[in-house]
Design a protein around this ligand. Structure first.
Ligand code: ADP
Ligand code: MG
Length: 257
């Protein structure tokens, strides 16, 4: 169980990015987090991962407080962040370089095969397309066999078809070990395709506005009328979160959705 208890974060410059976040994420659950830009989504993930210390509150994973990064918690960023001077294989193996060689190789091969990059193990990052590079980033996050996988807008820099493909692929990867996943996205559809529950965040300071549990069968179908209903509901929540903060302005220009 991943518990986020009374979490607040004030940055050194005095900016209050998060206030009073309480969340319990069940083992194996896929939790989506949506919210406008600047509402503290990345801050929340960084605090949960132990990369950033909270100002108040705490993060508890299976009974132990998280105070620093650990193998148990994997992280996927918006950009692949591969090291250009290392092969794909070496990038994926980097986080488990403390393991014995045989174990390290076996795990790296497995992770590369799972993301469909076994043929590119010896390639350089610059030789990969955006989607393939993000698959490598997924392999790097999974090779440590994390029980929690945190994803910060992992597909938002990709074109729509690649994004759909990787969303499906993420569910396949999840099905092997069923890690708890916390997925930050500003794409409501992506949240609905993947998540068991969707948290809508409110800006200024970042707070939880609503937690929705869409009762949609899996696999989720974007064209299902129920899916559309949920999309509109969440869009309404997001607009409300924005309006409360910026009265009179339009939350999301139609083109942004
Ligand atoms: P999101 O990921 O939802 O776009 P962030 O968590 O990146 O939001 O940022 C939340 C707020 O905190 C923003 O107003 C941002 O400008 C501010 N912020 C983020 N990182 C820092 C930092 N290191 N120092 C000061 N303010 C920051
Ligand atoms: Mg962010």
């Amino acid at each position: 169980m991943l518990s986020i208890e009374g979490l607040s974060k004030r940055y050194g410059n005095g900016h209050l990015a998060l206030s009073g976040i309480d969340l319990e994420v069940r083992p194996g659950e896929i939790l989506g987090i949506v919210g406008g830009s600047g509402c503290g989504k990345s801050t929340l993930l960084r605090v949960v991962s132990g990369l950033e210390a909270p100002t108040a509150g705490r993060v508890v994973l299976n009974g132990a407080e998280v105070r620093s990064p650990r193998d148990e918690i994997g992280f996927v960023f918006q950009e692949p962040r591969l090291m250009p001077w290392l092969s794909i294989r070496a990038n994926v193996a980097f986080g488990i370089r403390h393991l014995p060689k045989a174990e390290r190789n076996a795990r790296t091969d497995e992770a590369l095969a799972r993301v469909g990059l076994d043929r590119f193990a010896d390639a350089w990052p610059r030789e990969l397309s955006g989607g393939m590079a993000q698959r490598a980033a997924l392999a790097r996050a999974l090779v440590g066999r994390p029980s929690v996988l945190l994803l910060d807008e992992p597909f938002s820099a990709l074109d729509a078809l690649t994004r759909y493909d990787l969303q499906d692929h993420l569910l396949e990867l999840w099905s092997y070990d069923r890690p708890t996943m916390v997925l930050v996205t500003h794409d409501i559809e992506e949240a609905l395709v993947l998540s068991d529950r969707v948290v809508v965040m409110q800006p200024g300071p970042g707070r939880i506005q609503t937690v929705a549990a869409p009762a949609l069968p899996r696999p989720r179908e974007r064209t299902d009328p129920l899916f559309e209903d949920w999309k509109h509901r969440l869009l309404g929540e997001l607009s409300r979160a924005f309006r409360d903060r910026h009265p009179g302005e339009e939350a999301f220009p139609a083109a942004a959705i």
